[in-house]
Design a protein around this ligand. Structure first.
Ligand code: SF4
Length: 441
């Protein structure tokens, strides 16, 4: 039985989805920063995909130079505030902290990062400005972490940048795809506004790219084009019953939750299909929305979960039950979901197989498929010369992020297939440098 009641008001929603990494106060930040050993060749820096100078910003916090700390963070990562909250720090910077070797709690780097950047955002402290105009124009498709990071770096180098976004708000995944107990809508949007005010890039909303003519038009108007378009909808698992009412994709469910918050409908008993981080988020969110029972089902054993183990622990801590070595073969019901027919699985000669005759039905009134996302291959086909790999990811140079059509650069989910926000930021900054080098070669 879930410990959460279905939230019916905004206040109840925020209580159920309380931030798991709450903002530190000044004393907490001073105390935590004073624990840092300011290591030489710090492993936490190496573990960060954007290589923020962590000991430096922690020392700056400790000496009361919070704005300096924020500048250090933003110099490496334009999504410093967001990443402090949504990064899997447990396996990145904090996972690498030397304190782990001595069985002492790692420094809370993520929360310190959010502490410093929240201060400058709330005070609207100006840390950056755009570079002197160089007369060149770049179009950025997608206002998510990759697109915005690329835009910031290009603006700092004097490029005129126009962003085109299919949705009506910016932030991409951080607004529509991250669990709300990691970052609120307000926080995600505030960081974008903060960056936009300083770097002065334009964002054109509600402009999906669906035709070759649109790309041709951009090619005529701009010197280079950056693709930061992310991933598509939840992939089909091609079993009977997927079309039934109350069978949803996890991405669509999370997006609805981020937009409609406490008005999001949830079943009494929810079965989540999948073993990745999105499955963990969807399961935790179902419990926090007040589902009486949430089952997370996965085809393999618990040790084979693709999700970070701490995400599974987080889901369990809010009452999610794991059901392992079961494969869905049908979603049952008459018009709407009534259950899932599973077969038990086992590994035979290294191959996962359903055990004949092992089928059983687990009743439920909602199914959430967290079974991966489609790639935006349909959109990418409209760009001449652009190549994708067998998984639908755009092929681009690993250092410059230039694609086989030299005018196009790509980074983030469309290039890496879907990793973390911090990876999208790191790649997009390099892509912006790649664009700059190419346009000046
Ligand atoms: Fe500080 Fe830990 Fe990084 Fe060392 S590894 S600099 S103690 S955060």
């Amino acid at each position: 039985m879930s410990e959460f009641k279905n939230p019916t008001t905004e206040q109840e929603y925020h209580r159920n989805f309380e931030q798991i990494k709450p903002l530190m106060n000044d004393t907490q930040a001073y105390y935590e920063s004073s624990r840092c050993l300011f290591c030489y060749d710090a492993p936490c820096v190496t573990a960060c995909p954007t290589h923020i100078d962590i000991p430096l910003f922690i020392r700056q916090i400790n000496s009361g130079n919070t704005a300096g700390a924020a500048k250090t963070i933003y110099d490496s990562n334009y999504f410093g505030n967001t990443c402090g909250k949504v990064c899997p720090t447990e396996v990145l910077c904090e996972g690498a902290c030397v304190y782990n070797l001595q069985e002492v709690k790692a420094i809370e780097i993520g929360r310190l990062q959010t502490f410093a950047t929240t201060k400058v955002i709330s005070e609207n402290k100006r840390l950056f400005s755009s570079g002197r105009s160089n007369g060149k124009k770049v179009a950025v498709i997608g206002a998510g972490p990759a697109g915005i990071s690329c835009a910031c770096m290009l603006r700092s180098k004097g490029y005129e940048v126009d962003i085109y976004e299919a949705q009506e708000k910016p932030s991409g995944l951080t607004l529509y795809g991250v669990a709300p107990y990691k970052i609120t809508n307000e926080e995600a949007l505030k960081e974008i506004n903060y960056l936009q005010e300083q770097f002065d890039f334009k964002i054109n909303y509600n402009i999906p790219f669906v035709s070759g003519e649109q790309f041709k038009d951009l090619e005529n108007k701009y010197d280079a084009i950056f693709l930061g378009i992310g991933l598509g909808e939840t992939s089909s698992i091609r079993i009977k019953g997927e079309e039934l009412a109350n069978c949803l994709g996890a991405v669509e469910f999370i997006s609805e939750l981020r937009i409609n918050q406490h008005k999001t409908k949830i079943g009494k008993k929810v079965i989540v299909l999948g073993g990745g981080n999105t499955a963990m988020d969807a399961a935790s969110e179902s419990a926090r929305l007040g589902a009486e029972k949430v089952i997370l089902s996965f085809r393999r054993s618990v040790s084979n979960l693709r999700a970070y183990y701490f995400e599974y622990e987080l889901a369990k801590s809010v009452g999610v039950h794991g059901m392992f070595n079961v494969s869905p073969v049908e979603i049952t019901g008459n018009g709407k979901v009534e259950g899932v027919k599973f077969a038990r699985t086992k590994v035979i000669n290294g191959k996962l197989e359903n055990i004949p005759g092992s089928e059983f039905i687990e009743s439920c009134d909602m199914v959430i498929k967290a079974t991966g996302q489609t790639k935006q291959v349909g959109i990418l086909k409209n760009i001449s010369g652009l190549k994708t790999d067998e998984l639908g990811r755009v092929i681009a140079d690993a250092k410059t992020f230039q694609t086989d059509n030299p005018k196009y650069f790509a980074a983030g989910d469309v290039y890496n297939g879907g990793v973390e926000v911090v990876n999208a930021v790191a790649e997009a900054i390099l892509a912006a440098k790649g664009i700059d080098n190419w346009l000046n070669s």
